[in-house]
Design a protein around this ligand. Structure first.
Ligand SMILES: *[C@@H]1O[C@H](CO)[C@@H](O)[C@H](O)[C@H]1NC(C)=O
Length: 277
C-alpha cells in the first residue's frame, strides 16, 4: 500500500491518536454488521428486529478513550422481550466493553436501562435503572465518557453511573484496547422483561429503534495528532457535586446493583471497588 520510504512514517501515523468532536456520519462512518439496519440519512439510522433477525451497526473507526453521545428513541408500544443497545467494545476473548442495554416492556410499563462494564473479558458489574421519562416517546441523549480515570454514563446530561479506575485495588480497567461504537436490537425474551415472564409479541413486529446524532469527541486510532490531553473530557473526574448527583439518581432510579447482590459477593465481601465508589 505505502511505498518503502513512507512506511515508517505511516506506521507512526497509525500508532498516533487523534481527537476531534465529530459527528459520525451514518452513511459513511458506520457499517451495518447484521440484519436490517438502515441509515435514513447521515444523521438518522433505524435498526429493526423481526422474527427473522435483529440488526446492528458499528463504527468503522476505533477509539481509545473519548466522549460518545447519541440520541435514541426506543421501540414504541409493546416492546417486551426486546433489547436495544448502545455500547463500546473491543474485540477478542479478553475484550473490554461499556454497555447500555434498554430492556423493553409491555405497553405502559417502564423500560429498564441495564448497564455493565467489562475489563479484560470480565463483566459482572451490572447496574440497572428506571428512567424518569418514557424513552419510547421522544429522543433522549445517552452518553459514555471514558478516560483513563473513569467511565461515566449520562442520561440527558445527568450522570447516573461512575466506574472509576481502581487498578490500585486490583480491579481491571479498560485502558489499552481500542473500542468501536456499536448499537443493536435483538430478541432477549428469555430474560429481558420481568426476568423472561413477558415474551416478545411477534404480532407487533417489526420492532424499530431510531438513533440520531451520534458524536465522538474522542481519540481515534490511526489518525494524526491526538490533542486529547488538552480536552476537557480527558482529565475529567466527577467532582463532589457530580458524585452527589450520581448518588441522588441512584437513590431514586437504581433497581439493581451488583455491589449489593448477595450472589455476587466473594468470601471477602463485595468486589473491592464497591467499597470506594
Ligand atoms: C416492566 O414492568 C414491570 C411492572 O411494572 C416491572 O416490574 C419491570 O421492572 C419492568 N421492566 C422490565 C424490563 O422488566
Amino acid at each position: 500500500m505505502a511505498s518503502a520510504p513512507y512506511s515508517s512514517f505511516l506506521l507512526a501515523a497509525l500508532l498516533a491518536l487523534v481527537a476531534g468532536v465529530s459527528a459520525i456520519n451514518f452513511l459513511s462512518d458506520v457499517e451495518i454488521t447484521w440484519g436490517r439496519g438502515k441509515a435514513l440519512n447521515s444523521d438518522i439510522l433505524q435498526l429493526t428486529l423481526d422474527r427473522a433477525s435483529g440488526s446492528g451497526f458499528r463504527s468503522r473507526q476505533e477509539f481509545l478513550f473519548g466522549r460518545f453521545d447519541i440520541r435514541m428513541k426506543l421501540v414504541p408500544g409493546n416492546s417486551a422481550g426486546t433489547v436495544t443497545t448502545f455500547y463500546l467494545s473491543s474485540l477478542g476473548g479478553t475484550h473490554d466493553e461499556i454497555d447500555l442495554e434498554f430492556l423493553g416492556n409491555v405497553s405502559g410499563q417502564p423500560y429498564v436501562l441495564h448497564t455493565n462494564v467489562y475489563a479484560r473479558g470480565t463483566g459482572d458489574r451490572e447496574q440497572q435503572f428506571y428512567l424518569w421519562f418514557d424513552p419510547r416517546l421522544d429522543f433522549h441523549t445517552y452518553s459514555v465518557l471514558w478516560n483513563p480515570q473513569e467511565i461515566v454514563i449520562y442520561v440527558d446530561g445527568t450522570p447516573i453511573r461512575v466506574f472509576r479506575n481502581n487498578e490500585r485495588l486490583g480491579v481491571p480497567y479498560p485502558k489499552s484496547q481500542p473500542m468501536r461504537v456499536y448499537a443493536s436490537i435483538w430478541d432477549g425474551d428469555d430474560w429481558a422483561t420481568r426476568g423472561g415472564l413477558d415474551k416478545t409479541d411477534w404480532s407487533k413486529a417489526p420492532f424499530i429503534a431510531t438513533y440520531r446524532g451520534l458524536t465522538a469527541d474522542a481519540c481515534a486510532v490511526g489518525s494524526y495528532g491526538c490533542s486529547a490531553n488538552r480536552r476537557g473530557w480527558w482529565n475529567q473526574v466527577l467532582d463532589s457535586a457530580g458524585m452527589q448527583k450520581v448518588r441522588w439518581m441512584r437513590e431514586r432510579y437504581m433497581i439493581y446493583n451488583y455491589c449489593r447482590d448477595p450472589k455476587r459477593q466473594t468470601a471477602r465481601g463485595p468486589p473491592p471497588e464497591c467499597a470506594v465508589n
